[in-house]
Design a protein around this ligand. Structure first.
Ligand SMILES: NC(=O)c1ccc[n+]([C@@H]2O[C@H](COP(=O)([O-])OP(=O)(O)OC[C@H]3O[C@@H](n4cnc5c(N)ncnc54)[C@H](OP(=O)(O)O)[C@@H]3O)[C@@H](O)[C@H]2O)c1
Length: 271
């Protein structure tokens, strides 16, 4: 006989702050290693939203799938993270701004020795990021690229103040990205996609946790799935950590890799 469990229903508390704090407890990252003989490998969490039929966009953007509960989870996951890692095309398409400090979580971040807001890391091989895309010029933003990126784009972005770091020769290597994060002490990594970036991370077996919001709609069309890769990926078993629903019908699932690795992996300097 298999066991069944009911999903946790999230009914908004009288005040939004209580709901946000409850979510922050549910989604807390694993505790940092207490004795660091070597660099901790960052813990990589992804957060995506899709429709019941698996679409990640409506009219080319994810916004059409969102709701108040989804926005609350998005907000809480950022408040917990050291860095938001995102594909440049998603950042531009979705009109990203530099993550800002969230008053609700200032004290928690201070207690965890985190900066007031997470840093932003944009991935791009081509560096085809518009010169007027505001976050690139911010000191808290890194543009993670590769050696083969076009020289003219490289100088155009550095001229406007961007910080570029090569993470590979012909492509942006996810492991090199995580090395850059580890060197900066960014061990609580949150990636907000998009699907191609998640495909690269999944292929590198670098996804520790997948938070997936299912919006209560069927949209059809030809929108992609939350993970996109030209090749079939190695099957990576995952287990559900939590399943939460809200009054609007959204379902928030959180999946962790198996076998259970609830702590940060360790990596020696010579690995
Ligand atoms: N439903 C959701 O939760 C959700 C979340 C995020 C995005 N989206 C949607 O997804 C769409 C964008 O998805 P996408 O798959 O085209 O873009 P994407 O995943 O954002 O990834 C592609 C971007 O990442 C860069 N990149 C650099 N290195 C990479 C690597 N090793 N692997 C993969 N990408 C790398 C690419 O740069 P170069 O082009 O310079 O090579 C490109 O800018 C948008 O419509 C967006 O609205 C939905």
């Amino acid at each position: 006989m298999f066991g069944l469990q009911k999903a946790t229903q999230l009914t908004p508390a009288d005040d939004q702050a209580t709901t946000l704090r409850w979510l922050a407890q549910q989604y807390a990252y694993p505790p940092l290693p207490s004795s660091p003989p070597c660099l901790p490998r960052p813990f990589v969490r992804a957060n995506m939203v899709g429709s019941i039929d698996g679409a990640v966009t409506v009219d080319g953007r994810s916004g059409g799938l969102g709701g108040p509960g989804d926005k609350a989870v998005f907000r809480v996951l950022r408040a917990l993270a050291d860095v938001v890692v995102v594909g440049a095309s998603t950042a531009v398409t979705e009109g990203y701004r530099q993550p800002s400090a969230d008053d609700e979580f200032t004290a928690d971040r201070t207690a965890r020795d985190q900066t007031p807001a997470p840093a932003l890391a944009l991935l791009s091989r081509s560096l085809s990021i518009p010169d007027d895309f505001a976050p690139v010029a911010q000191p808290q933003t890194l543009v993670l690229t590769c050696a083969s990126a076009p020289a003219d784009r490289r100088s155009a972005l550095t001229d406007i103040g961007a910080t570029l770091i090569d993470c590979g020769d012909d492509t942006v290597d996810p492991h090199a990205v995580l090395d850059v994060c580890a060197e900066r002490g960014w061990v609580r990594v949150l990636t907000e996609g998009g699907p191609s970036l998640l495909g690269s991370l999944a292929q590198a077996d670098a996804l520790d946790e997948l938070c997936v919001t299912t919006a209560p709609v069927v949209v059809g069309g030809d929108a992609g799935r939350i993970v996109s890769h030209r090749d079939a990926l190695p099957t990576r078993p995952m287990r559900p950590v939590s399943i939460i629903t809200d009054d609007d019908g959204y379902v928030f699932t959180r999946w962790a890799r198996t076998p259970t690795e609830d702590t940060y992996g360790h990596r020696t300097d010579t690995d």
